[in-house]
Design a protein. Structure first.
Length: 294
């Protein structure tokens, strides 16, 4: 199911500016999935299964405990608990991405397929240079908007600026059939039928694609592998192509340039990001030894 705008909650009713500044001031730590990102990408656990602030990995669990970070943000906590049902909520993170991107990937590929994962994003700050993407296109989330993000399909995110774009990420789990409104504690606080903001993208002629692949094949090496990967991952934010098409271009460039070792690495990366990975499996783009499983 593609991502969609569910509704809008008036976030101006909550005095969150100082708390957002506090969250932004917390030093970035090593993330569970740092390999997905480039630039400044930070995830802070506000609620999780353990209650430990440094526990950033999503896990299947039956509890959702506030961390120390959440306890320091009473207005953000009030916003969450006023408007969202805690029954099926499993994790809440404060996420920021500055002058960077999260390359196309899928989440939950290593988790249980017998339950429904429902991920919700709510921007806390306005940023006209920040976008998300999936199979529906490239879209921009506005402060207070409640977006369902289908993390189980190819998706990505980018912030072309050096300005903050703090988001809340809420993960719900449902064992039975459910409706979108089941995530809310009180629907009277939600404005529905809000029009989403989608970005108009340019068409990309096939001849240009061929030129890009040819150019990549000439400069690809172990030393440029990561840089070119992230550069080509940005193209779908500008041109009307599929989110994860960049990996096919990248593999084609490896083949065209006769880079067999790079091709194997690229295919394994594609498998890891959008096809299948094991729980706790890690992939280092700049590590040319065997893959790592914690």
């Amino acid at each position: 199911m593609p991502s969609k705008l569910i509704g809008f909650i008036d976030i101006e009713k909550y005095n969150i500016s100082e708390e957002v500044s506090y969250l932004n001031a917390i030093p970035k730590q090593r993330e569970e999935y740092d390999e997905f990102g480039q630039g400044y990408w930070k995830n802070l656990s506000l609620y999780n299964s353990s209650g430990r602030k440094n526990d950033t990995q999503y896990k299947n669990a039956n509890q959702c405990i506030a961390t120390e970070y959440m306890d320091r943000c009473p207005e953000v906590k009030r916003f969450i608990e006023d408007n969202f049902s805690m029954v099926s909520l499993r994790m809440v993170r404060a996420r920021n991405l500055i002058d960077g991107m999260v390359i196309p990937h899928r989440d939950f590929v290593e988790l249980d397929n017998n339950v429904s994962y429902f991920r919700v994003f709510i921007p806390l700050e306005k940023n006209e240079d920040a976008y998300h993407s999936d199979s529906t296109g490239v879209f921009q989330m506005k402060p207070g908007e409640v977006w369902y993000l289908d993390a189980g399909i190819d998706h990505a995110a980018i912030n072309f600026s050096s300005q903050s774009r703090m988001f809340l990420c809420l993960d719900f789990v449902f064992n039975d059939k459910f409706n979108d409104v089941d995530i809310f504690k009180n629907t009277s606080s939600v404005v529905f039928n809000v029009k989403p903001t989608y970005k108009q993208r340019q068409a990309l002629p096939e001849s240009v694609r061929e030129t890009i692949v040819e150019s990549m094949s000439l400069i690809l090496s172990k030393e440029t592998f990561k840089d070119i990967l992230f550069a080509i991952s940005k193209y779908h934010f500008i041109y009307d192509i599929e989110v994860a098409e960049c990996y096919e271009w990248f593999i084609d460039a490896c083949v065209k340039g006769g880079h067999q070792d790079l091709e194997l690495k690229a295919r394994d990366l594609q498998r890891y990001l959008i096809e299948k990975r094991e729980l706790n499996e890690r992939f280092s783009i700049n590590d040319w030894t065997s893959k790592q499983v914690a």
